[in-house]
Design a protein around this ligand. Structure first.
Ligand code: NAI
Length: 329
């Protein structure tokens, strides 16, 4: 009998490539729609391996219950692991991730948010559908000669720099661990805030980067600055962001992530009353676009996520060492 691998938080688009690529592996997939948390951990009973995504909650309680259910390996089908209590998990489970699947997917989505917000395509789209062909309120600016500040120059930050290289912008960067021997123009965090017309976040969520965009850093930014976050929601203090938008200090915000997204994103709440007033207020703003953590969502990225996750799981079942860069310690 083939061992069963339990997947949490699975949507139809997740299954496509796991089904296509998974048929040749010596294990079966059991896809659950529910997110992983302390209540749903018990559903893993009978599986030594579970597969988890970004909005699952792998806190100590959930991990304890997974352990009681007999789980030995957690295969994250994502790059980030800020949602896992690593300190507790590291000696109890083998944890693998997919460190890179398509930096282009996220970088291109970031550019999409900037272009849409600047040229107000979201508003134009709604207007022309109602035969409103007025241009009032739709003025943008040339990106050429403007300054963009990139926070975090890892795989996605660097790919994003390549993607925008044809736009004629001045590109500044901040990273506490700069890329050695590169021609990236690094500046201090404060200088980046002070000089940038657009700021884009591409760093992981850590203790140090939590609320890196807050009231103080916003106060140092240019009037009308665009803030783009395709990394992790809690990099931005959402209340401070909302106030910055209301005061018109912040000219626009493109948010693919939100600090309280866990219970909302990936689900359809169009029939309910959203209780998160900050998110609801942000969404009412004409100069804010919220996408629900979809920057990764391209065919290429989904295929690579499935490919690498299946390989990681297969290493577990065949007792083969996992490649160093996929192990979370
Ligand atoms: P990476 O590990 O290649 O690069 C992260 C960079 O951030 C590194 O250069 C690191 O030195 C830098 N960094 C660390 N702490 C920092 C700080 N406090 N301030 C500024 N920079 C700091 O990661 P990668 O692949 O480029 O991904 C970046 C982030 O993008 C991930 O951590 C994840 O949160 C997010 N992401 C979002 C996705 C989405 O669908 N919206 C999909 C994939 C990743």
């Amino acid at each position: 009998m083939k061992p069963i691998v339990t997947f949490y938080d699975t949507k139809p688009y997740d299954k496509i490539y796991f089904e296509e690529l998974g048929s040749s592996y010596p294990f079966e997939m059991n896809y659950l729609e529910s997110k992983l948390n302390k209540k749903s951990a018990i559903l893993a009973k009978g599986s030594e391996v579970i597969v988890s995504f970004v909005n699952d909650t792998l806190d100590q309680e959930a991990l304890q219950r997974l352990e009681e259910a007999g789980v030995k390996m957690i295969a994250l089908r994502c790059a980030g692991f800020n949602h896992v209590d690593i300190k507790y998990a590291k000696d109890r489970f083998l944890i693998a991730r997919v460190p890179a699947y398509s930096p282009y997917a996220v970088a291109e989505h970031t550019l999409g948010l900037i272009l849409t917000l600047n040229r107000k395509l979201h508003r134009a789209y709604n207007r022309t559908r109602e035969y409103n062909f007025s241009l009032n309120g739709l003025i943008g600016f040339d990106l050429r000669n403007k300054t963009i500040g990139i926070i975090g120059t890892g795989k996605i930050g660097q790919t994003f720099m390549q993607v925008i290289s044809g736009l004629g912008m001045n590109i500044l960067a901040y990273d506490p661990y700069p890329v050695k021997n590169s021609d990236i123009h690094y500046v201090s965090f404060d200088e980046l805030c002070a000089k940038s017309d657009i700021i884009s976040l591409h760093c992981p969520l850590t203790k140090e980067s939590y609320h890196i965009i807050n009231r103080e850093s916003i106060s140092k930014m240019k009037e009308g600055v665009f803030l783009i976050n395709t990394s992790r929601g809690a990099l931005i203090d959402s209340e401070a962001l909302l106030d910055g938008i209301k005061e018109q200090k912040i000219g626009a915000a493109g948010l693919d992530v939100y600090e309280e997204e866990t219970d909302l994103f990936y689900e359809d709440y169009s029939d309910t009353i959203i209780q998160d007033d900050t998110l609801a207020r942000l969404i009412t703003m004409p100069n804010v676009i919220v996408t629900s953590h979809q920057a990764f969502l391209t065919k290429e990225a989904l295929k690579e996520i499935a490919n690498q996750t299946l390989k990681n799981i297969n290493c577990y079942f065949t007792n083969t060492p996992l490649p160093e860069q996929v192990i979370v310690k």
